[in-house]
Design a protein around this ligand. Structure first.
Ligand SMILES: [Fe+2]
Ligand SMILES: [Fe+2]
Length: 389
């Protein structure tokens, strides 16, 4: 088959190994074409006389071997080899360079440019065929190796995804367990996670951190697992002593997510793990930080440590606003869902005292997205809830 350009030809055979010949002399490519004619059933032979055109062709096609002349007008053989090696699809495509018999310097330059093999001109058909077969075998092995690696990578990716999914599932079930004892808060933890993400985006924080908050923020009240029912489920004003216990949920949650325990040590031993325990993953570290600091207030009047300003980690400052927004705008047994204007008034009043002004400013910027999240994740029939933000 003939292709466009100056004296070019393609001898096509579908699903055959594709070999590209580049030589500016038409009589050479014509001779090669007729000498290799009987291999056309096995090989798709592409002959191009214009080296620029050949490079453009190579950019668009997978090739199993390239054979190129050195001395050509415009782009010479060294340039062709260099350009092909710059193309990801031809980083390892076998390239054979046709050189003059005694031109040692040419040969060295061709190898330096990235050629794999050299053939002296004039070349015997048998030598050419033998060299092509060898190059094609190498290419086939490379392709098999590449395919095997891709398969392996796909399997590893799949396992990694499975592991990540099961870990995330466990994290969310832990959050759900904490909520379950306390309140049937519907989608509270989902909304808090999404609000936290949107606030982080509004603050221009790294996307990784924003994504992490979707799953870390829902664990903010995991420490309520450690608060007695008589306090956690009380439908009355708590005494000051009971509030002390209630407020301990922040530290308890932090402890659950950070402290090494004899149980974990026993499991590690049972599984044959020795030495230091592995570092906790960033998601759990972020969740632990939120559990500890989501009741801190910007002016230092919060708990458990009375941190103020930027001493409160950003994830804690974000979770504080996300949690309060959701508590105010959701229906609870002892209160209706406040109208949006009232929620906004309360948040505005808390700017600089309860909330980080920067986080509050981000909230104002992303308020529309908050509305969308609230509209999408509405609670069907909440019961048994109490606000304690
Ligand atoms: Fe809390
Ligand atoms: Fe909450």
């Amino acid at each position: 088959m003939r292709a466009g350009g100056r004296r070019t030809a393609i001898v096509s055979a579908p699903d055959r190994k594709r070999i590209l010949f580049i030589d500016d002399e038409e009589q050479i490519t014509s001779a090669l074409e007729s000498r290799l004619h009987r291999y056309r059933d096995q090989w798709e032979l592409v002959f191009l006389n214009n080296s620029q055109e050949a490079v453009a062709y190579a950019a668009e096609h997978d090739l199993d071997t390239v054979i190129t002349d050195i001395r050509m007008p415009g782009l010479d053989g060294y340039g062709v080899v260099a350009r092909l090696r710059e193309m990801p699809r031809h980083v390892s495509t076998p390239i054979i360079v046709l050189t003059g018999n005694a031109e040692a310097d040419q040969k060295r330059r061709a190898l330096d440019a990235g050629a794999d093999d050299l053939l002296n001109k004039p070349v015997l058909t048998e030598d050419l065929v033998a060299r092509l077969q060898s190059a094609l075998r190498i290419k086939e092995q490379q392709d098999q190796l590449r395919d095997a690696n891709r398969l392996l990578e796909a399997r590893v990716d799949e396992r990694t995804r499975e592991l990540a999914n099961s870990r995330l599932d466990i994290i969310l079930r832990l959050a759900r367990a904490a909520e379950y004892r306390d309140e049937d808060t519907g989608f509270h933890i989902v909304r808090v996670g999404l609000y936290a993400k949107v606030l982080a985006e509004g603050l221009g924080l790294p996307p990784d951190l924003a994504d992490q908050l979707i799953l870390a923020a829902p664990l903010h009240d995991v420490g309520k697992i450690g608060v007695p029912d008589s306090i956690l489920l009380a439908r009355r004003r708590l005494t000051e002593d009971e509030w002390v216990i209630m407020r301990a949920h922040a530290s308890i949650g932090h402890g659950i997510l950070t402290e090494a325990s004899p149980i974990m040590a026993a499991f590690a031993t049972a599984r044959g793990q020795t030495g230091e325990p592995p570092d906790r993953n960033p998601l759990i570290q972020c969740a632990a930080s939120i559990a500890l600091t989501h009741h801190e207030k910007f002016d230092g009047s919060g708990y458990p440590r009375g941190l103020s300003g930027e001493a409160i980690p950003i994830e804690g400052r974000i979770a504080a606003l996300a949690d309060v927004f959701d508590a105010l705008s959701s229906e609870r047994p002892y209160k209706p869902a406040f109208p949006e204007s009232q929620v906004l008034d309360i948040l505005r009043a808390g700017c600089g005292s309860h909330f980080d002004p920067g986080v509050y400013a981000a909230f104002e910027r992303v308020a529309d997205t908050f509305r969308q999240i609230r509209a999408h994740y509405t609670d069907a029939a909440p019961d048994g809830e109490r606000i304690d933000c």
